[in-house]
Design a protein. Structure first.
Lengths: 304, 305
């Protein structure tokens, strides 16, 4: 856009996409500086140091040991347990979070009385601190707790939820409880943004609701599905909070997650193991994101 | 017309289902609230089997199973009174939570406002690279970012327990990385990028300088998003557990989110009351800004409309 600005200046810089004097452009870059300094000091530069640490054997001698730290980590029993628990939890709960919230959002599309009240109730777990309600969860799943009473009333056998491999079910429930509301709102707005005319045409041509959903709505929803998936993925790692509040430093086997491993490793300041674990995790995240992005660009195109 | 009828019945069924689900979602919160008003004998009657250190000389009825009661037999503020008067520990921890969360929230949003403005206006190659780095940083879980934070805190002497103002340092070790978390920048940039340039050009024609453009145009237009971001950041850090555990060795400085995990088998009635007190700021914020929150969630999803 080459606009003649009101004040004519003898020396004009080449306009990119917004006209502006040099001072203004510098100012806008300067606005970023405080944030950038902080990010550099507390995240980016230390991240580089962490990468460096993951390749040496000792902070004092600094011998380059290549991938030794990583292989040692992969053989470490605690790490393997923590990683597999975390991965299992994520693989189960994230798809559930996406699917259930999409389902709830599409249910809420109908004409229903009290929609905003329902929405508020479903969203409330987001703003209630987990620490406040963790007792209720403990009571629900206690060995002599509510859920077991109900099971026994029906003639079943009570399960020791917290101290068995069923512990995962508790944290999946807590995760869904906290996050379904948020995801659902995202889907609700996405559903509202689907152009109605296509749906009307489909209806006139005799397409059933289910067919409409699969073939039309899903296409329009795919960027949102991706976004909700990524968001739930990020949130799924925060589940450590719930597990810690429920069981403390050393939970039962199946609930021992990656953060537990990291915490306990922080204690003995084994920087190498720690750094290798962090970098490994970061790499996994980047790979997962790359996969998700390519999947989206293949399935979700041309829906403008 | 049978289809109409079927639709109606389905609608009713769905409504019932959704209402049940909504009530179930609200249940834990309501239960915590209700239980905080119970007397301690009622608590031990209901939860006795859960409490480890029960004194056995009390002739109280302890039910075999743990019951969750909705309505207390006798409403009392006794638990709250104990919290406020007899156990200042909890209030201290509450104050710890405040002292950590409020600066993080306030400063993160402030700094992010300016940074978002910088990213939204005059986009350029370098800026895009930096923004991309922000996004990558944002998707990293705490497990990954804690290690760099820990290292920096160590090198900068924040973790030194023998230093003069060790308490302040440990607090800063948690607060400072929190202030620079890229999430707010990401969200606010998204919102600011949607503001049409024509507004800015019109303002410039009227002779506005950059600072006025920020304060008179961008900030008012982003008000909803600002409230929403504030709420999301607040609730994330009000709940934080990973950072204090790793960065704060002094347990007296721990926020309530961590401390509440240690009351499990102690005085349960007290725990309920503390839980209620702890959720008050959160819930107030939620009630005030729910609509803004929903708008903000929608913005973050990048949905057009």
């Amino acid at each position: 856009m080459n606009k003649e600005s009101i004040q004519d200046r003898p020396k004009r810089r080449k306009r990119k996409n917004q006209c502006g004097r040099l001072g203004e452009r510098i100012f806008s870059s300067a606005c970023i500086v405080p944030s950038l300094i902080g990010v550099l000091i507390f995240f980016l530069i230390p991240f580089g140091i962490v990468i460096y640490y993951s390749f040496i054997d000792n902070p004092f001698k600094a011998n380059f040991v290549g991938l030794d730290n990583y292989t040692a980590l992969l053989k470490n029993f605690s790490f393997k347990k923590a990683a597999s628990n975390t991965a299992a939890f994520t693989l189960i709960s994230v798809p559930m979070a996406v699917i259930f919230s999409l389902w709830l959002a599409s249910l809420l599309e109908r004409k229903i009385p009290g929609k905003s009240v329902i929405r508020t109730f479903l969203l409330s777990p987001l703003m209630v601190p987990t620490a406040s309600v963790v007792l209720v969860w403990q009571v629900l799943f206690h060995n002599h707790g509510t859920l077991n009473s109900i099971i026994e009333a029906f003639g079943g056998q009570s399960i020791d939820w917290m101290k068995s491999s069923h512990g995962q079910i508790i944290i999946i429930a807590m995760f869904l409880w906290k996050n379904l509301g948020y995801n659902m709102i995202l889907f609700m707005s996405a559903l509202a943004a689907i152009p109605k005319d296509i749906l009307e045409v489909a209806e006139l041509e005799g397409a059933g609701k289910f067919y409409q959903f699969i073939h039309i709505k899903l296409r329009y929803l795919s960027p949102t599905i991706l976004f909700v998936f990524i968001l739930s993925l990020i949130n799924s790692f925060k589940i450590f909070r719930e597990v810690y509040l429920l069981t403390g430093d050393h939970p039962y086997s199946k609930m021992y997650m990656l953060q537990h491993f990291m915490n306990n490793t922080f204690e003995n300041t084994d920087y190498q193991k720690l750094s290798a674990a962090a970098i490994l995790f970061a790499l996994v995240m980047i790979v997962v994101m790359a996969i998700l992005m390519t999947a989206d660009s293949k399935f979700g195109k041309d829906v403008e | 017309m049978a289809r109409r009828r079927k639709e109606k019945i389905l609608n009713i069924a769905v409504t019932l289902f959704l209402m049940t689900a909504a009530v179930m979602f609200l249940l834990p919160t309501v239960l915590t609230l209700a239980n905080s008003f119970m007397t301690s004998s009622e608590i031990s009657a209901n939860y006795g089997t859960m409490i480890d250190n029960m004194t056995s000389d009390k002739k109280e009825f302890i039910s075999e199973a743990v019951n969750l009661k909705f309505i207390p037999d006798k409403v009392t503020f006794a638990q709250f009174r104990s919290v406020l008067l007899k156990s200042p520990d909890y209030l201290l921890k509450f104050w710890n939570s405040v002292i950590l969360t409020v600066p993080i929230t306030v400063f993160q949003v402030l700094i992010a406002l300016f940074a978002s403005y910088g990213f939204a206006r005059y986009p350029g190659k370098i800026k895009n690279i930096i923004f991309f780095a922000y996004i990558i940083l944002m998707i990293m879980p705490y497990q990954v970012t804690l290690v760099p934070n820990f290292l920096v805190a160590d090198k900068l002497g924040f973790l030194d327990e023998t230093a003069a103002n060790a308490d302040l340092r440990q607090r800063l070790a948690v607060i400072l990385p929190g202030i620079f978390s890229p999430f707010s920048v990401f969200l606010l940039t998204k919102v600011m990028r949607r503001i049409p340039i024509s507004y800015v050009e019109a303002a410039k024609l009227d002779g506005a300088n950059e600072f006025q453009i920020i304060t008179r145009i961008y900030i008012p237009l982003c008000k909803g998003a600002i409230v929403s971001v504030t709420m999301l950041v607040f609730i994330d850090y009000w709940n934080m557990v990973e950072q204090p555990l790793v960065l704060m060795k002094n347990k007296d400085l721990h926020p309530l989110s961590v401390f509440l995990s240690q009351i499990n088998t102690g005085d349960i009635g007290l725990a309920f009351a503390v839980g209620v007190i702890y959720m008050v700021p959160s819930i107030l914020l939620f009630l005030y800004g729910e609509d803004y929150l929903i708008d903000g969630i929608v913005y973050s999803g990048g949905i057009k409309g």
